[in-house]
Ligand binder design. Structure first.
Ligand code: UD1
Ligand code: UDP
Length: 376
């Protein structure tokens, strides 16, 4: 390894920023030389810049401004841009996060250039390859040199796909680290006031292609969501992907519904903290509502985060079952099956990842016995 090795973090979409912040902070505290490459997959102020401020992320050293497009066009632009950046900066390790197209492209480019890679949030599986994220997860994990998992079942999924167990480190959930850090700032009152919400309300976020990309799916979803709004006032910070189609399907202000722009991280989690119910199809929001003890109805046929059901407040629903599920959740509150949080959701995932990365950069032996990081 070179003297003073360089780590590059590749970030592109909203959930990436939340997952990376604790890792970047912890590596900084260990004195590791690092930089952020922003791919520009998300580019609106409220989908990107606000997260750098709220999470105190350092400014990117490059922004590729790839923008939006079909999967092929966006991924192609990512490949070309990242190849130039990696060739120019010559990183010793590229760190990627989650399951978005920026993650996939970065791992592919790094692997072809012979650059070592680490994947944060490895080993999640929905076993549903119609989700673009599932394809991204499988390819990313198969090409990563270091795999950091957030949940204990990931190791067996990865082993089944032929990933050597010594590459895998169960470190906990960095998205939950960010939530821990933000907790003192999470005050629902100012956001409720700004949005004109009563004290009892529900929050919905909806952006999965299967839910919002066709008029039929959007109409079915909106029917279910409007039925929830008949039971409890509902605020929907709308992801730009589904904005137009969901509006066409009837998701507009009025009749207990308030549709607003996406919210910044602190505002959004403040709103979730004060909510009586969350309705979502987001990956991260399933985890955050579990952590905050708010009942969560996930409008999906499956989840790559089953720990939010077994140890959390999450339930899978269909658009048709949403109204009855909302009645039940509103009656039952946030009782969790196990009564305890998922393992290693303790706010220390970032430092665990940083310790493994720093040791790896030094060429230390990373056996579980020597590092104590695999199953702390
Ligand atoms: C992406 C991820 C998804 C993740 C989500 C987080 C992929 C394949 N999907 O989905 O896994 O859950 O981010 O939010 O990587 N748009 C804007 N402004 C922006 C960004 C996007 O208007 O700043 C609009 C554009 O119309 C764009 C659409 O949203 O075409 C979709 O954006 P894209 O990044 O392709 O996918 P997401 O649905 O955001
Ligand atoms: N989030 C936010 N503002 C919003 C909606 C979501 O800050 O209006 C945060 C949320 O708290 C979580 C992350 O964005 O930390 C999740 O991103 P998203 O749902 O877009 O992606 P997914 O997790 O589904 O990949």
């Amino acid at each position: 390894m070179r003297e003073n090795p360089l780590v590059l973090h590749v970030l592109g979409a909203r959930p990436n920023f939340v997952k990376a912040a604790p890792v970047v902070r912890a590596l900084g505290e260990l004195g590791v030389r690092q930089g952020i490459i922003h791919t520009g997959q998300h580019y609106d102020e409220l989908m990107s810049d606000v997260f750098f401020r709220d999470l105190a992320l350092p400014d990117p050293i490059a922004n590729l401004a790839v923008g939006s497009g079909t999967h092929a066009k966006q991924t192609a632009a990512l490949l070309v841009g990242l190849e130039e950046v990696f060739t120019g900066h010559e990183p010793d390790l590229v760190v990627v996060y989650g399951d978005v197209n920026s993650t996939l492209a970065a791992i592919l480019v790094a692997a072809k250039l012979g650059i070592s890679t680490a994947h944060v949030e490895a080993g999640l599986r929905s076993f549903d390859r119609s989700m673009p994220e599932e394809v991204n997860r499988i390819v990313t994990d198969s090409l990563s040199d270091l795999l950091f998992t957030t949940s204990p079942d990931a190791l067996q999924f990865l082993a089944r796909e032929g990933v050597a167990p010594e590459k895998v480190h169960f470190v906990g959930n960095p998205m939950i680290d960010s939530l821990f850090s933000a907790l003192p700032k999470l005050d629902p009152a100012p956001v409720q006031k700004r949005l004109g919400l009563p004290s009892r309300y529900a929050v919905a976020t909806l952006h999965r292609p299967a839910n919002v990309d066709t008029p039929e799916a959007a109409r079915e979803l909106v029917d279910g969501v409007l039925a929830v709004a008949e039971r409890i006032p509902l605020v929907v910070p709308i992801h730009p992907r589904g904005r137009a189609r969901l509006a066409e399907a009837g998701l507009v202000d009025g009749q207990g519904v308030k549709v607003v722009d996406p919210l910044g991280y602190v505002d959004f989690l403040s709103l979730v903290r004060g909510a009586t119910l969350v309705v979502t199809d987001s990956g991260g929001v399933q985890e955050e509502s579990t952590m905050l003890g708010v009942p969560c109805l996930t409008v999906r046929p499956n989840t790559e985060r089953p720990v939010t059901i077994t140890h959390g407040t999450n339930r899978l629903v269909t658009p048709a079952s949403l109204p009855a599920a909302a009645d039940k959740a509103l009656a039952d509150g946030a009782a969790t099956p196990s009564g305890e949080l998922p393992p290693l959701w303790d706010g220390a995932a970032g430092p665990r990842i940083a310790r493994v990365v720093a040791a790896w950069l030094k060429g230390d032996n990373l056996s579980p016995a020597s590092q104590g990081t695999r199953f702390e």
